[in-house]
Design a protein around this ligand. Structure first.
Ligand code: FAD
Length: 342
């Protein structure tokens, strides 16, 4: 069991609304840790539309999903938030008034006075390929993410998919694994052209295999995979031997563990009041796409406003004896000092 990480605020979800909340909390001297299931920050902006332009961020006529994420990261730098990426918050338990203990799926334990749920549409979860009986191998031979490359050393790995994840892991794992086979439905890839070129060069030099078709069946026993049946685009059926399969079929969003944290839910969203965006549990706030209230619209700019009001109320829990004086960043030298600009 790991040591408990103590912090003022735990922010669950590092999407744009969670990221900006760290800025508002930081201005009021509250330290934040983030946990996000994804291996990168930015939530939907970074995962679903990094290159698409957004036109309705106040004061910024046009910015891409990744551009907004990068700007938010720059903006919160002065407050040094800590990020725990590739981890999912599984439990949130009230242990004081208010004090919460939160645990992640990798066993990290946090203790915090305030929890901010900015979990968007919930957790991004991998899409499972339609292969009969695949569940029996999940977690042992079939994996939807690579947490540690070492786990794949000397394995006979079948990677399935044609996007960036499939290509990136093909290139990263090929020096570690015994043999890598990449399987895709067709000979066109949605991944970065440079990665596709590198993969083709490895195939041409005999260092890995590329197959076109789909997995129709798996063979093995007791969760140990021994091979996969591939139906080719020409209807041919072949067996390939593999002990590990990594399907990368994209992600869907599911509410996930938020449903088990003892807070009220309404149609898979978290109802909040609108003076501080607090849930029915004092000390637990919900901002961004995950919350609901009369008139709610799922826009990033609404989540930014919610984060600002949340921070004002959170201050009362973190510093019950301190009076909060409202200040502008333009004119407050103490805020400017915190931002490192004065
Ligand atoms: P998200 O961005 O969804 O981030 C939530 C994060 O929480 C995710 O990273 C997830 O992994 C993490 N998470 C969830 N559960 C857990 C858990 N249990 N433990 C740890 N982490 C967890 N909005 C606009 O304002 N303007 C636009 O032009 C616009 N265009 C869009 C275009 C597309 C294609 C899409 C899909 C959305 C668009 N949106 C736009 C909507 C906007 O992206 C969302 O409103 C915004 O991303 C919500 O931010 P968020 O921080 O609430 O959540």
């Amino acid at each position: 069991m790991s040591d408990t990480i103590k912090t003022d605020v735990l922010i669950i979800g590092a999407g744009p609304c969670g990221l900006f909340a760290a800025f508002e909390l930081g201005l009021l001297d509250m330290k934040a840790h983030f946990v996000d299931i994804l291996d990168k920050v930015g939530g939907q902006c970074a995962e679903l539309y990094p290159e698409k332009p957004i036109y309705d961020i106040p004061g910024i006529p046009q910015v891409s999903g990744q551009g907004l994420t990068d700007a938010l990261m720059e903006q919160i730098k002065p407050f040094h938030p800590t990020f725990h990426l590739g981890e999912m918050v599984e439990t949130v338990e009230k242990i004081g008034d208010p004090l919460f203990r939160c645990t992640t799926d990798t066993g990290k334990v946090f203790e915090c006075k305030v929890v901010v749920i900015s979990a968007g549409g919930g957790s991004f979860q991998p899409k499972r390929p339609p292969v009969p009986g695949i569940e029996a191998y999940e977690g042992s031979s079939v994996h939807y993410a690579v947490r540690k490359m070492e786990a794949f050393r000397d394995k006979n790995v079948l990677i399935v998919g044609g996007g960036d994840s499939a290509l990136d892991w093909t290139l990263n794992l090929h020096p570690v694994a015994k043999r890598v086979t990449l399987l895709h439905r067709r000979d066109e890839f949605r991944a970065a052209p440079h990665s596709v070129e590198q993969m083709r060069a490895l195939v041409a030099s005999g260092k890995m295999d590329l197959k076109l078709g789909q997995v129709t069946a798996l063979s093995g026993a007791d969760g140990k995979l021994t091979g996969a049946t591939i139906k080719g685009n020409d209807n041919s059926v072949t067996e390939i031997s593999c002990d590990t399969m990594l399907p990368f079929f994209g992600l869907t969003m599911k509410l996930g563990p938020v449903a088990n944290w003892g807070i009220a839910l309404e149609n898979n969203l978290v109802p909040v009041e609108t003076s501080a965006f607090e849930t029915n549990v004092p000390g637990i706030f919900a901002i961004g796409d995950i919350n609901t209230y009369p008139g709610k619209i799922k826009l990033i700019l609404c989540g930014f406003h919610e984060g600002a009001l949340m921070a004002q109320k959170a201050h009362r829990y973190v510093y019950p004896d301190k009076r909060l004086v409202f200040q502008y960043t333009t004119s407050s030298s103490s805020l400017q000092k915190k931002l490192g600009v004065n």
